[in-house]
Design a protein around this ligand. Structure first.
Ligand SMILES: O=C(O)C(=O)[C@H](O)CO
Ligand SMILES: [Mg+2]
Length: 255
């Protein structure tokens, strides 16, 4: 059975963010992930984690002005300085919180834009090297265009090609089963082919992004396949509970 990390951005929204750590631990999760810790001091997050006896699985680099629709800075050449500052901030937080992984979002830009392509590869190499110097891994995640229209990294094969081309030991793929099913399907074959490059996995049902086992895919079969393939990382539960978070957790007993 895979080890699960509760995604505190989507789950346990019945509680204020700092209280979600305790709620996740009480519900039996060994680890957590979330989009951003930056509204709180890193020390407070580290305290909440340790008081709840949880491990940190991953969080994202600062990704621009989320409320205004920004979804990362890496592929935006005109934001290079700000991007580099964001890498520093993420690593400072990562050091205090003790994260093994950071997720770098690409931003809204055309995948065909040459300047965006160059900026993205440059940003990725910079962030991977900076994170690597602290013993932290970096992941990138293809995201489907229905949830995130215009997102630069909208293709799994391109992500693999970029990761392979940059050839950094700490640079890996974030394989979100929900996005893969929407973008291309063929989930089991892709997991098998990409497993050597996969650094983190996330799951939600398709199409509603609710609890695993409530959508079109046999999520339990996919989770068993992760075990068979020897995946040892966390599986982030990046889903929106259909009702109250704990009331919907019985899917974990059905794998
Ligand atoms: O949306 C997702 O699937 C993610 O994992 C990102 O971190 C945030 O959008
Ligand atoms: Mg995801």
């Amino acid at each position: 059975m895979p080890r699960f990390a509760a995604n505190l951005t989507m789950m346990f929204n019945e509680h204020a963010f700092p209280e979600r750590f305790q709620a996740a631990a009480a519900a039996g999760f060994p680890a957590v992930e979330y989009l951003f810790p930056y509204d709180f001091p890193a020390g407070l997050i580290a305290e909440k984690l340790s008081a709840a006896g949880l491990k940190q699985a991953l969080f994202n680099l600062p990704s621009g002005d989320w409320a205004k629709g920004e979804r990362g800075l890496a592929a935006l050449p005109e934001r290079r300085q700000e991007f580099r500052q964001s890498v520093k901030q993420a690593i400072d937080y990562g050091r205090v919180i003790g994260t093994p992984l950071l997720h770098m979002m690409a931003g809204i830009a055309s995948p065909d834009d040459l300047a965006a392509q160059t900026a993205y590869r440059d940003a990725l190499a910079f962030a991977a090297d900076a994170a690597g110097a602290e013993g932290i891994g970096l992941v990138i995640e293809p995201i489907n265009g229905r949830d995130m229209p215009g997102y630069f990294l909208d293709d799994f094969d391109r992500a693999v090609e970029i990761i392979t081309g940059l050839d950094r030991a700490n640079l890996k793929l974030q394989f979100d089963i929900y996005h893969r099913q929407i973008m291309r399907g063929d989930v089991l074959a892709a997991l098998e082919a990409m497993m050597p490059l996969i650094g983190h996995v996330q799951i939600a049902s398709v199409p509603k992004r609710n609890e695993p086992g409530t959508g079109e895919l046999d999520d339990f079969r996919v989770l068993r396949e992760l075990d068979r393939l020897g995946y040892e990382g966390y599986v982030g539960c990046e889903y929106r509970p259909a009702g109250e978070t704990t009331a919907g957790l019985d899917w974990r007993t059905r794998i």
